[in-house]
Design a protein around this ligand. Structure first.
Ligand SMILES: Cc1cc2nc3c(=O)[nH]c(=O)nc-3n(C[C@H](O)[C@H](O)[C@H](O)COP(=O)(O)O)c2cc1C
Length: 331
């Protein structure tokens, strides 16, 4: 059965979503994920305060492209009126939906009354969500965690109350705020939410899916409507293609060859320069090289070169060298 968000977004059967990730899920990275079959994507989270102040960094994150659809813009904040205003600003950027972040655990978000901190004040969370839902014609979705800490795992209540005021899907990261990213994600409460007969909206599971096997096993075990993948896609956008292929055929695809890794890395770099300009595009791509070439022996030496170069052509030359050297070795 097809998963739908609101009336108009049809994600097909068991969609895979790219998790919103600050400094990662920008348009260049989203381009390579889209090439690899991801069904829906989100922007990095955007500060409502930044949007209202017209801060350039926040505004730039509103850039979305037609080929990215369906795409959601994710916002966070602590002030209900500012969240309302910023959802109007986001609507004008014409995404397919607006997502609210009630999951971010990092201090300067969660300790300033935004992100996961709303899990400590469900009434405020409901009021904030209602204000956003009423301020936009677009579907509104939410991403959150199991609760604030072990003694307040309230996502069951959150799901019911947010559905009642009109959100159209809920993504749940199977950790509490107190866990940050430590320990293992626990999806059993995500299944409880999904099994609640009152809950009709799609429930997406998130946290620690990093292989085809896990995606297949957790799909069965936790009964979710789709899976959201974050860290495992960094430097490995093929995860979407591999999981989708497995679900469609029951067969496991071979991992990417070195030539494919180089090709996708080159595309990512090219898009990065197109969108950010030469200097920033090249600079911000540096954090990705090691991820694209994980597992290659002695990659450090190449990485050292890649992160020093300032010219596109020089970087491409090193990438070609990697392709040449490692393809020969395998052949
Ligand atoms: C570098 C990084 C940045 C993140 N930024 C965001 C964000 O902007 N918004 C958000 O809702 N979650 C953010 N997250 C959390 C992820 O969306 C996701 O919930 C988390 O990484 C667990 O999923 P995973 O195990 O598949 O990575 C971020 C995570 C990472 C690692």
């Amino acid at each position: 059965m097809s998963v739908k968000i609101g009336e108009h977004i049809d994600l097909g059967e068991f969609p895979l979503l790219l998790a919103p990730m600050e400094d990662v899920s920008d348009p260049p990275f989203r381009f390579v994920c889209k090439q690899n079959g991801v069904d829906m994507m989100y922007t990095e989270f955007i500060s409502s305060e930044g949007l209202i102040r017209d801060a350039a960094k926040s505004r730039q994150k509103l850039d979305i492209f037609e080929y990215e659809r369906p795409i959601g813009i994710q916002i966070f904040g602590s002030d209900i009126e500012h969240m309302r205003q910023s959802s109007e600003i986001c609507s004008a950027a014409n995404p397919d939906l607006i997502d609210i972040n009630y999951g971010c655990p990092v201090k300067n978000v969660a300790c300033r009354g935004a992100g996961a901190s709303l899990l400590q004040d469900i009434d405020k969370m409901v009021a904030m969500t209602k204000a956003v839902v009423e301020a936009t014609h677009l579907p509104v979705t939410v991403k959150t965690r199991l609760g604030w800490d072990d003694s307040t795992k309230n996502v069951y209540e959150v799901a019911e109350r947010l559905q009642d005021i009109g959100i159209k899907a809920l993504s749940i990261h199977g950790r509490t705020r107190a866990q940050m990213y430590k320990g293992q994600a626990d999806w059993s409460m995500i299944r409880d939410v999904k099994r609640n007969p009152r809950v009709k909206i799609p429930i997406f599971g998130n946290g620690d899916v990093d292989s085809v096997e896990k995606a297949a096993a957790w799909r069965q075990e936790y009964e979710v409507d789709g899976i959201m993948i974050g860290r495992a896609s960094i430097g490995y956008p093929w995860i979407f293609r591999e999981v989708k292929h497995f679900f469609a055929t029951g067969e496991r695809l071979e991992g990417p060859t070195i030539a494919e890794r180089v090709e996708v890395c080159r595309t990512h770099l090219t898009k990065s320069i197109e969108w950010k300009g030469d200097k920033t595009g090249i600079f911000e791509m540096r954090r990705h090289y090691a991820n694209y070439f994980k597992g290659i022996p002695n990659f450090k030496e190449y990485r050292m070169k890649l992160v020093e170069l300032m010219q596109f052509d020089d970087i491409i030359e090193v990438l070609e060298e990697i392709k040449h050297n490692f393809t020969e070795e395998v052949a």
